[in-house]
Design a protein around this ligand. Structure first.
Ligand code: AMP
Length: 221
């Protein structure tokens, strides 16, 4: 592994992970590795992986740990991530995934785990109004649409509602978060890697607090 910053961002669906990860990846010049984005691209391109992932994603169910971690492991071995660092978004999502990641890169293969904390009532509100660019993943909302006719301000792609942002799939995904992902807060806290940030502040304040936390964590290590 190289010397760049290596981050994991945890948080419920709608906590702002995607928005913050894009900004952090620019700030630190590191690749933003989002399993959700990788899987949505596979579905769009109708690959074999996409055919397995599509129905599970639409239902709000998680894919198997081994399958996810083999994709992530391969991605982490690419030169950009291996030399510059990375930011993991949406993975690990279970303790088994965290253990598999640790087997690959070691406890100190991660500099800092950011836990974006937002109350469930707030994320529900954000998720029903969330709209995303089908191509680049940029995030909008019905309150803050793109400038022109639901085409992405960044890339001109179509801005749509995610298929799994339905009330039923949202409830299922939030339940999966509580059951499967929340234990990672303890997992990384025990390893001295966890920083919890109040994600209900505005996006600029969350970003500033996150950058300060990363600075403190990397100074320590
Ligand atoms: P996300 O965009 O992170 O909310 O992910 C969308 C969907 O992709 C999830 O609801 C799961 O079906 C699947 N997925 C993404 N990341 C993972 C993961 N680490 N483990 C299992 N399933 C995942």
């Amino acid at each position: 592994m190289g010397t760049g910053v290596r981050l994991i961002v945890l948080g419920k669906q709608g906590a702002g992970k995607g928005t913050q990860c894009v900004r952090l990846s620019h700030r630190y010049a590191i690749p933003h590795i989002s399993t959700g984005d990788m899987l949505r691209a596979a579905v769009r391109n109708q690959t074999e992986l996409g055919q397995i992932a599509g129905p599970l994603m639409d239902a709000g169910s998680l894919l198997g740990d081994d399958l996810i971690m083999s994709i992530v492991s391969e991605r982490l071995s690419e030169p950009d991530a291996a030399t510059r660092g990375f930011i993991l978004d949406g993975v690990p999502r279970t303790v088994v995934q965290a253990e598999l990641l640790e087997e690959k890169i070691g406890v100190d293969g991660i500099d800092c785990v950011i836990n974006l904390d937002v109350p469930t009532e707030d994320v529900l509100q954000r998720l029903v109004s969330r709209r995303v660019c089908d191509d680049c993943g940029a995030i909008y909302s019905t309150n803050q649409p793109p400038a022109v006719n639901w085409t992405c301000d960044n890339c001109g792609g179509q801005v749509v509602q995610r298929k799994d942002d339905t009330a039923e799939a949202i409830m299922k995904r939030l339940a999966a978060y509580e059951a499967e992902t929340l234990p990672l807060v303890d997992f990384y806290s025990q390893r001295g890697k966890l920083v919890t940030i109040d994600g209900s502040q505005n996006a600029d304040a969350v970003f500033d607090a996150t950058v300060a936390a990363i600075k403190a964590a990397t100074r320590r290590s």
